[in-house]
Design a protein around this ligand. Structure first.
Ligand SMILES: [Zn+2]
Length: 58
């Protein structure tokens, strides 16, 4: 885990790790069923890809 701290301007939550992120600076995004999901890292996006349903239910 990288302990990189960003300014507290996060407006969306990375559903994989629960981190608040700013959509403008998200490392990765995914569209699923018409919803855009934002991720702090490509690793989180990959995790999402492996099981999108798990996160859309949340
Ligand atoms: Zn993440």
């Amino acid at each position: 885990m990288l302990g990189k701290k960003k300014s507290a301007t996060g407006r969306v939550i990375d559903l994989v790790c629960g981190m608040k992120i700013d959509p403008a600076t998200a490392a990765a995004t995914r569209e699923h069923n018409g919803t855009t999901f934002y991720f702090c890292s490509k690793g989180c996006a990959k995790t999402f890809d492996s099981d999108p349903h798990r996160y859309e239910q949340a």
